[in-house]
Design a protein around this ligand. Structure first.
Ligand SMILES: NC(=O)c1ccc[n+]([C@@H]2O[C@H](COP(=O)([O-])OP(=O)(O)OC[C@H]3O[C@@H](n4cnc5c(N)ncnc54)[C@H](OP(=O)(O)O)[C@@H]3O)[C@@H](O)[C@H]2O)c1
Length: 257
């Protein structure tokens, strides 16, 4: 199916690895023009190289309140407009409320929630002009809280709420806003969790992987491109009537409504 994304300008945060990188590659294969952001310039350049000549990079720390404005202004400078914003950058420390300190809470919100809010705000007038779309990459922890994902779950719940709020505003401004909730996706982050579980429980990484899949009751972990394809679908005209939708891409991990 042609998703109609050829020539569309797509800004992706957290594009240097994992889900963001896979998403950039999916959009590049559809012929989109890309503005890729993360902190690590070298990794971003590598992604851009794989995405072809219409990919530019912007390396900066999105926790800095000024950076989202600069990112969007740079995209406008290169491309003259924006059609799609993918708010994907996120990294929250795992742990329960007794294990996490003030910094962990502030850090979790300052990247995943505030950067998404600021990028959305900065790109809104441009998306209004292009009748564009925002996709927030959130996470199943926003709907299914757990003790050991206190910051991540809270940030995700806040971002799901913001998704609905933006979608409400977007009805007037012709901007579609949706979210995807990845489950456990096989990225470096998951690899790190497996490693620390293996150390904690004195087991091999292979056994730790199986134990985690069993605990989550999933048959396998997801591939980053499986999330990327859901994002590209939501950005496309095929999803024109999806607005304020929250799509779980989690192999059935979420069992609640
Ligand atoms: N993987 C999963 O199982 C899973 C599950 C649920 C939700 N999610 C969500 O999906 C998104 C992507 O996850 P992932 O697993 O692909 O993560 P990842 O592999 O850890 O990648 C995170 C991306 O964010 C960038 N980033 C981190 N800190 C940043 C900062 N301060 N400023 C700018 N960019 C920053 C990283 O690049 P630099 O380090 O170079 O800055 C990287 O490109 C996140 O929002 C995550 O919460 C993932």
């Amino acid at each position: 199916m042609d998703l109609g994304l050829r020539g569309k300008v797509v800004v992706i945060t957290g594009a240097s690895r994992g889900i963001g990188r896979a998403t950039a590659e999916v959009f590049a294969a559809e012929g989109a023009h890309l503005m890729l952001s993360a902190r690590s310039g070298d990794q971003l350049e590598d992604v851009a190289k794989h995405c072809g000549q219409n990919a530019y990079t912007f390396a900066a720390d999105l926790r800095n309140p000024d950076v989202p404005d600069h990112l969007i202004a740079t995209a406008i400078k290169y491309f003259g407009g924006i059609d799609v914003l993918v708010n994907n950058a996120g990294a929250t420390k795992r742990g329960n409320i007794l294990e996490l300190d003030e910094y962990d809470w502030r850090d979790g919100f300052s990247l995943k929630f505030f950067a998404a809010m600021r990028c959305s705000r900065a790109s809104w007038p441009h998306l209004k002009r292009s009748k564009g779309t925002i996709i927030n990459v959130v996470g199943v922890g926003g709907r299914t809280p757990s003790a050991d994902f206190a910051v991540g779950g809270s940030v995700n719940a806040a971002l799901l709420n913001l998704t609905k709020s933006l979608a409400d505003l977007g009805r007037n401004d012709s901007i579609r806003v949706n979210a995807v909730n990845p489950g456990s996706i096989a990225t470096e982050r998951l690899q790190r969790r497996i490693k620390s579980l293996a150390v904690e429980q004195h087991m091999t990484e292979e056994i730790a992987l199986q134990a985690m899949a069993k605990q989550l009751a999933v048959n396998r972990f997801g591939e980053p491109a499986e999330v990327g394809r859901a994002i590209a679908f939501l950005a496309s005209t095929a999803a024109a009537y999806c607005h304020g939708s929250i799509i779980d891409v989690d192999g059935g991990q979420t069992r609640t409504l």
